[in-house]
Ligand binder design. Structure first.
Ligand code: SAM
Length: 234
């Protein structure tokens, strides 16, 4: 992957970004995403935020290599602290990390969010934790995608502020409000694979000496939830 040839995952994230002026990509590493968006005139200015020196230097090199000096700034810092209070970014992207980490970055950086901030998020795991945080902070999911890239399923979503109280069901939090309605082939393949994995785990637990009842109950409930979604009963 590079800024001209994004991976399938990164392209799906890029496709969710609307045409805006300013974007901050947090945990940017090589800054391929903002470089691609600048080169394709989707955005005019980008901050590439990184908390680790090595990836930060990757972003600095990418700015030089792509002649993006003046259009993109690499900034070293934790989460949203790289955004100055007065900057008010139109879009914040956070991709390629666990849902728990993205959630904590948003939670700690709440002062950098406002009612016009558009969030484009791509958690590698724990998507439901992140959706729950969004709901609790008046961010409504307005678009969602799922892709299979290098044998891994990735979900990415756009979230925008709303005054309304949002009330997603547990199924919508776990499976995605748009994805569960759409039931794409990729969505079905992801959850079929999860179903099989959970059935395998259940079999192991039931045949173990300990037979941990709480864990067995949890896995059984997950199996029921997935089967109901795949059979269109939710
Ligand atoms: N966003 C790119 C992508 O989707 O391909 C890079 C993902 S990379 C796996 C995750 C990056 O997030 C790492 O470079 C890591 O240093 C950075 N990161 C982790 N925690 C961070 C934080 N709190 N603030 C800023 N960057 C962070």
């Amino acid at each position: 992957m590079d800024a001209k040839h994004l991976s399938k995952r990164m392209q799906a994230v890029a496709d969710l970004v609307p045409k805006v002026e300013k974007l901050a990509d947090i945990g940017s590493d090589h800054a391929y995403l903002p470089a691609y968006l600048l080169n394709n005139q989707v955005i005019d200015f980008a901050i590439a935020g990184e908390v680790v020196k090595g990836p930060f230097e990757n972003a600095v090199s990418e700015i030089e290599d792509q002649n993006l000096t003046g259009k993109m700034e690499a900034r070293l810092g934790d989460g949203l602290e790289v955004i100055k209070k007065q900057e008010a970014m139109n879009v914040i992207t956070i991709a390629g990390m666990g849902g728990e980490l993205i959630t904590s970055i948003l939670d700690e950086g709440q002062t950098k969010l406002n009612q016009n901030t558009i969030l484009i998020l791509q958690p590698n795991v724990d998507e439901n934790t992140l959706r729950k945080w969004l709901v609790n902070h008046h961010f409504k999911i307005t678009a969602e995608k799922i892709v299979l890239d290098s044998s891994h399923f990735y979900e990415m979503f756009k979230a925008e502020y709303t005054d309304d109280q949002i009330d997603y069901s547990q199924v919508e939090l776990d499976f995605g409000p748009f994805l569960v309605l759409e039931q794409s082939e990729t969505f079905k393949a992801k959850w079929q694979a999860k179903l099989e994995k959970n059935k395998f785990i259940l079999n192991k637990l039931e045949n173990s000496n300990l037979k941990p009842s709480e864990k067995i109950k949890r896995v059984k409930n997950k199996i029921i939830e997935i089967e109901e979604v795949l059979n269109g009963k939710s």
